[in-house]
Ligand binder design. Structure first.
Ligand SMILES: N[C@@H](CCC(=O)N[C@@H](CS)C(=O)NCC(=O)O)C(=O)O
Length: 201
C-alpha cells in the first residue's frame, strides 16, 4: 500500500491513524507542495482534485480521507471498525459527513487561515465552528465514543481537526466532553500523533 501524504494535513492524518490501528505496513509518499506536485500530470491521474490523501492498495486507487476510511474498515471488517447494525452504520456515515462538511468548513478552515495564510470568510467559519463544537459536545454527553460503545471510523474522521483546533486559535477547553474524548482517543493502543497535536493524555 502507498499513502500519498501531506505531513501537516489532518485529512491525511485520519488515514495514518487508521493504518496504525489496523497495524498495516505501508509506504508513505510525501507530496512536494513546494513544486506543486499535487497538481502534476502524474498525480492528477491518481486524484483529479489534486489533493491528498490518496491510497494505492495494489492498484486500487482511492481518493478522499472519508472514502479511504470506509474502504479500509470494510476490507478489514473483522477488526470491528465496520458496524454490522444498519442504524449504527448510518450513524457512522453521518459523522463522516460532518467531518467532510462542518469540520472542514469550520475548524479546518480557521486553522488553514492562521497556519497557512488562507483567506476565509471569518464570520461564517467562526459560526460553523461554534455550532459544530456545541453539537459534538452535547452529543458526547454520557458517551465514550461517537457511535455505539466501540471506537469507529467516525471517531477517526472527527479526531484530527478537533485535536488541531488550537492551531486555528479555537479554544476547545470549555467543551469538556470533547476534551475527555480527545484524551480517550489519544490513549488508544497504536495511536499515532502528528505535528501540531498537543496530546492531553
Ligand atoms: N475531502 C478531501 C479533502 C482533501 C484535502 O483538502 N486535502 C488537502 C490537504 S488537507 C490538500 O491536498 N491540499 C492541497 C491543495 O489543495 O493544493 C478529503 O477528505 O480527503
Amino acid at each position: 500500500m502507498i499513502l500519498y501524504n501531506i505531513a501537516l494535513s489532518g485529512n491525511c492524518h485520519k488515514v495514518r491513524l487508521m493504518l496504525a490501528f489496523l497495524g498495516l505496513d505501508y509506504q508513505l509518499y510525501d507530496l512536494d507542495l513546494g513544486s506543486s506536485e499535487q497538481l502534476s500530470d502524474d498525480y492528477l491521474k491518481l486524484n483529479t482534485f489534486g489533493q491528498a490523501p490518496v491510497l494505492d492498495d495494489d492498484g486500487i486507487i482511492i481518493r478522499d480521507s472519508q472514502a479511504i476510511l470506509v474502504y479500509l474498515a470494510k476490507k478489514y471488517a473483522d477488526r470491528g471498525f465496520w458496524p454490522d447494525d444498519p442504524a449504527d452504520l448510518a450513524q457512522v456515515i453521518s459523522w463522516l459527513s460532518t467531518a467532510a462538511n462542518e469540520i472542514q468548513n469550520g475548524p479546518t478552515r480557521i486553522r488553514a487561515h492562521y497556519k497557512f495564510g488562507r483567506a476565509i470568510d471569518f464570520k461564517q467559519v467562526t459560526e460553523t465552528t461554534d455550532k459544530v463544537l456545541k453539537i459534538i459536545d452535547m452529543h458526547l454527553t454520557g458517551k465514550v465514543w461517537l457511535v455505539g460503545d466501540q471506537m469507529s471510523i467516525a471517531d477517526i474522521a472527527m479526531y484530527p481537526y478537533l485535536a488541531l483546533a488550537h492551531e486555528g486559535h479555537v479554544d476547545i477547553t470549555p467543551y469538556l466532553n470533547i476534551t475527555a474524548w480527545l484524551t480517550r482517543f489519544e490513549s488508544l493502543p497504536n495511536y499515532v500523533s502528528m505535528p501540531g497535536i498537543t496530546q492531553t493524555s
